[in-house]
Write a protein that binds this ligand. Structure first.
Ligand code: ADP
Length: 488
């Protein structure tokens, strides 16, 4: 199949978060299965150029309609980990992608409306007719709208659009000038069953447009698909999703096993796997030495996260005290940007300073993250909501038993040791439902007790997680089946 993936991010060249990893992991797996795959990205000035091979001009002088004018644009081509990538490089005073950042500019809706229009203009003018255009999040939400409203009649009749929702918190809400800027008829499109925002009738909701206009809509786990349809996790888009529910699917993301594999990980002290678990004990020892923790007979409970409301900061804080009280060691690695949340954890840090059982590291540190997964026994993931979540899957791969809240992708990947209807070989962690300290304690308490009282059973849980397949193989196969079902 010929698949064109369009997104605002692709790791490692343009990555802010999980979206970048998903575009990268999925495109590689689809290509490895013999499909013709390409990725189209903006040519940000902050791209990691060192990770692009053979960057060269591909198409010059593309004239992209924008605000009634035509903006001149070049397309460059290069390879990222073997994936063919096209980079959209406009030449205009707007300097859309020369801002030193990927997002966070006041004119983001306009920047990405331009990008969407440029992508379709590029496909049309170069005669490309992919079977599938796979778009991601609100940034590329105008692609299916433009395709249906304008480009199909111009000759781009073949491609079908699949849109993936990674997180409904960001919907791309803006003034309706954004539609006009991209050459769309705003009067026609600003209706409640098309792109008019659900909260503000003067505003356009780009993500809503993607749901209405795409042939198929996916989100990043089956459970999150259910939650956005049936609960306030739909963030106001429930009605639109309900109207289009027949085309909504949930496909879990995979983890990148080149980056996350304890048998080949260059960041850790000793490689290990399900057949060589003693290697994990030496990583635990190394982690303790690095962080100044005592070498005693205690489980290491870990947190690796962005410290944001979504991640359940109140319960993370509670987990630290609870784990210490129950005879564990605690390691937290948390990237924090909100000053209020930072103060919350600086306070814990002051209280536990000098403790031989507790270490908090506030920041983003990829190497330390690898070493924590390699050395820890239990990972706590008490998210308020979690579309997919990767840390619970990475943890399992490294023989760490996750304790997670039963939401989104966590509910689809963690199977409770005591209360699941899965076979014994498939249970791999502990779950709780209520977003309360009692809820957290019920699951974390069970995990800690098992570690102390039934070490053999705990070991079996580790192994079950390590043997689970959370790679991109299964998800890529599901995407292919979805693409096949909508292809012309
Ligand atoms: P999200 O994308 O919402 O942050 P995920 O669980 O989907 O959460 O993915 C998080 C990824 O980022 C994982 O690979 C995890 O190891 C990494 N990560 C999260 N926080 C940190 C941190 N403070 N330092 C290093 N890596 C982190």
């Amino acid at each position: 199949m010929y698949i064109t993936i369009v997104g605002a991010e692709c790791a490692p060249v343009a990555k802010v978060g999980g979206l970048g990893d998903a575009v990268h992991g999925l495109s590689r797996e689809l290509a490895a299965r013999g499909n013709d795959v390409e990725v189209i990205l903006p040519k940000y000035d902050c791209l990691r150029r060192d990770r692009i091979e053979d960057l060269h001009g591909f198409a010059d002088g593309l004239a992209v309609p924008f605000y009634g004018q035509r903006l001149s644009c070049d397309i460059e081509c290069g390879y990222v980990d073997g994936i063919r990538c096209f980079f959209v490089n406009p030449h205009s005073d707007h300097e859309f992608f020369n801002r030193g950042v990927i997002y966070g500019e006041a004119d983001d809706p306009g920047r990405f409306a331009f990008f969407s229009r440029a992508v379709l203009e590029f496909l049309l003018k170069t005669g490309k007719q992919p079977d599938i255009i796979h778009c991601h999040d609100w940034h590329t939400a105008l692609v299916p709208v433009l395709q249906w409203e304008i480009y199909e009649a111009l000759g781009l009749a073949h491609p079908r659009v699949c849109h993936t929702l990674h997180n409904l918190v960001h919907q791309g809400v803006a003034g309706d000038y954004v539609l006009r800027s991209a050459g769309l008829d705003s009067a026609r499109l600003m209706t409640s069953d098309r792109l008019r925002d659900w909260a503000n009738p003067q505003a356009v909701n780009l993500l809503k447009g993607a749901i209405v206009y795409s042939s198929l809509v996916t989100t990043v786990s089956p459970r999150y698909a259910w939650e956005i349809l049936n609960t306030d996790q739909g963030m106001g888009l429930q009605e639109t999703l309900q109207a289009h529910r027949h085309k909504l699917r949930g496909v879990i993301n995979g983890i990148d096993e080149d980056a996350w594999n304890p048998q080949t990980d260059s960041h850790i002290t000793e490689s290990f796997g399900p057949d060589s678990l003693p290697g994990k004990a030496r990583n635990k020892q190394a982690l303790r030495r690095r962080l100044g923790l005592d070498e005693v007979l205690k489980p290491v409970v870990a947190v690796v996260t962005r410290l944001e409301r979504q991640k359940g900061v109140e319960l993370l804080r509670h987990a630290i005290y609870f784990a210490l009280e129950k005879g564990c060691q605690m390691v937290l690695l948390g990237a924090v940007s909100d000053p209020e949340i930072e103060e919350l954890f600086l306070d814990v840090k002051r209280q536990t300073d000098g403790s031989a059982d507790c270490h908090l590291e506030l920041g983003y540190d990829d190497e330390l993250a690898h070493q924590i997964f390699a050395g820890a026994d239990i990972l706590v993931v008490p998210s308020v909501y979690e579309p997919c979540g990767l840390t619970q899957m990475i943890a399992m791969k490294y023989g760490v038993v996750p304790v997670a809240r039963r939401v989104g992708g966590l509910a689809d990947t963690v199977f409770d040791a005591n209360y699941s209807d899965k076979a014994f070989e498939e249970v791999n962690g502990f779950l709780f439902d209520d977003y309360t300290s009692e809820g957290l304690e019920s699951a974390l308490g069970r995990a800690i007790r098992l570690w102390y009282e039934y070490p053999e059973y705990f070991r079996q849980l580790r192994l079950n997680g390590m043997y689970a397949d959370n790679s991109w193989a299964g998800p890529a196969q599901q995407y292919l089946e979805i693409f096949e079902s909508i292809k012309a």
